[in-house]
Design a binder for this molecule. Structure first.
Ligand code: NAP
Length: 250
């Protein structure tokens, strides 16, 4: 079994997560590429990494469910036998709605995936990485959003609130495990060109938002992923509890 460090990227099959998988593998990480339903996309990321000489495995599992979480970590443990990094990237939006229109079911799913899923993955990672539990330390990067600051009024305030929860969680967890070899940071992407906008019923959102962004363009998944891979790396060895805007100035 390789001694290279192992990274789990939730939602690693598409968008920002897929870019993180490819860039982290190029930086020497072995990568567990989590996906929930798009096995073709996950397999394509794994194939790209292997073709470049890296090590990767596709790992199915819904981070918004306990059985999904159990199967993700069982697969990582079985294939790699170690964990050194986690990127809590899996996240969902929903169709534009006002707060007074949002259903209880939508709220429950939004928070199950974006908040509870991220916290549960971080728990499992800490149990494996903390020196308190006999681990070697590690790094966690959580995906927030500029929506946590801006609020996403008229679009998805529930999504923004879920990212606000991730922000508080990042601060608290970073302080809790700082003396146990684990760094915990977050990135706040702005408007990034990925499939998430179509999933939220606004396929042209990234292009349409461009005039509102000081840099006058949406960002790319790679531009976010570079910041995430930096925060995972030893180059960020004294950085914890930090929030990095990757938003073109907005
Ligand atoms: P995306 O293109 O929609 O990709 C979502 C990824 O998450 C896919 O790999 C998908 O897997 C996976 N996923 C969705 N639900 C999951 C679940 N329940 N369990 C496990 N995996 C799941 O998203 P993205 O735009 O790259 O966003 C990534 C993160 O950045 C999210 O947390 C998002 O909130 C945040 N963010 C994005 C933007 C933006 O403008 N794009 C801005 C701010 C923040 P499948 O391929 O199997 O469906």
């Amino acid at each position: 079994m390789s001694t290279a460090r192992v990274l789990l990227v939730t939602g690693g099959s598409r968008g920002i997560g897929a870019s993180v998988c490819r860039l982290a593998a190029a930086a020497g990480w072995q990568v567990a590429v989590n996906y929930v339903s798009n096995i073709e996309a996950a397999d394509a990321v794994v194939a790209d990494i292997r073709a470049a000489g890296g090590s990767a495995l596709a790992v199915q599992g819904d981070v918004g469910s306990e059985p999904g979480l159990a199967s993700i970590f069982a697969a990582v443990d079985g294939a790699f036998g170690r964990l050194d990094g986690l990127v809590n990237n899996a996240g969902i939006v929903a169709l534009p709605q006002r707060v007074d229109e949002i259903s209880a079911e939508r709220l429950e799913r939004m928070f199950a995936v974006n908040v509870i899923g991220s916290i549960r993955c971080a728990q499992e990672a800490v149990r494996r990485m903390s020196t308190r539990h006999g681990g070697r330390g590690g790094a966690i990067v959580n995906l927030s959003s500029m929506a946590a600051i801006l609020g996403a009024a008229g679009q998805y305030v529930d999504y923004a609130a879920s990212k606000g929860a991730i922000e508080s969680f990042t601060v608290g967890l970073s302080r809790e495990v700082a003396a146990e070899g684990i760094r915990v940071n977050l990135v706040r992407p702005g408007v990034i060109e990925t499939d998430i906008h179509a999933a939220g019923g606004l396929p042209d959102r990234a292009r349409e938002m461009a005039p509102l962004i000081p840099m006058q363009r949406p960002g790319t998944a790679d531009e976010v992923a570079h910041s995430i891979v930096y925060l995972l790396s030893d180059a960020a060895s004294y950085v914890t509890g930090a929030a990095l805007n990757v938003s073109g100035g907005r």
